[in-house]
Design a protein around this ligand. Structure first.
Ligand code: FPP
Length: 259
């Protein structure tokens, strides 16, 4: 089925709470890069007496909705923390479910990315990703590499500290001298090379930590944490987060402009 995302028109029903929220968004000040720590799938399932894997399945629906809403809003980069280095410690069945869900998503919904001019990019240690998923990721990355509406970045087998260590190793292998190394050079050897740092980081399920996510890149990122569990996260909350973000004054360590 061919399915095109247009703008927000026709997507948001008139007279709804969502419409009232959209009216508060300043479209000239959108975050360019939104990153999300999708947390709470397990708790969502437990609350319903379901196996944790059902929480991950339900979470996939939120992934789809957030990709669509972000593209319609006009965001340029969306990074989703889908599998951390530490997630391997979970029971084998849960780990398998997560990789299978991703493989299914890529098989079934890659057409949505292609049809809507969205680019897929993976960050994280790719060679540790099971081959049956890696093959699909490579296929979709290749098919979407020239797309430019929005880039969907999946953090898979990703860890911020490991990424920093890998970057140091790359710099040493390339024989950089200490004098040559600066923030700009360092950023060029991270997995996120070429991507702007996230402007806004959303974390669901109320935990107040970074959990090894984009440690270097989030130095000045605005954080927005909601108690909502990831499978319940819908576009309405995405709009709320953006409105809150627009009320913040980003100083990047400098002084406030009124001072
Ligand atoms: C955190 O919830 C969520 C994850 C570890 C995985 C996120 C994966 C998905 C939403 C599904 C597949 C992704 C794509 C991109 C199609 P948790 O299990 O840590 O929840 P808990 O803290 O309540 O236990």
């Amino acid at each position: 089925m061919f399915f095109m995302f247009d703008t927000l028109e026709g997507y948001i029903q008139p007279g709804t709470e969502e419409e009232a929220l959209v009216k508060q968004i300043d479209f000239s000040k959108l975050p360019v890069h939104l990153a999300i720590i999708m947390d709470g799938n397990g708790r969502w399932a437990r609350k319903r007496n379901l196996p944790r894997t059902e929480g991950h399945k339900a979470g996939t629906e939120s992934v789809k909705e957030v990709i669509e809403a972000s593209a319609r809003l006009g965001l340029k980069y969306l990074t989703l923390y889908a599998f951390s280095r530490e997630n391997w410690k979970r029971p084998k069945e849960e780990v398998n479910t997560l990789w299978n869900l991703l493989k299914e998503y890529l098989g079934r919904d890659s057409k949505i990315l292609i049809d809507n001019n969205l680019k897929l990019k993976v960050i994280g240690e790719k060679k540790g990703i099971p081959y049956f998923v890696r093959r699909e990721l490579n296929r979709v990355e290749r098919l979407t590499r020239n797309n430019e509406r929005m880039t969907v970045i999946l953090a898979l087998n990703y860890g911020g500290r490991q990424e920093i260590i890998e970057t140091v190793k790359k710099l040493l292998k390339r024989k950089f001298s200490p004098e040559e190394i600066n923030e700009e050079i360092f950023s060029r050897y991270l997995d996120t090379a070429g991507l702007p740092d996230p402007d806004l980081l959303i974390r669901t399920s109320g935990e107040m930590r970074l959990s090894n996510f984009l440690l270097w890149q989030c130095a000045y990122t605005e954080l927005w944490i909601t108690p909502t569990l990831w499978p319940d996260f819908r576009k309405k909350e995405l709009f709320q987060a953006i409105i809150e973000y627009q009320k913040r004054e980003r100083r990047f360590g400098g002084l406030d402009t009124q001072a």
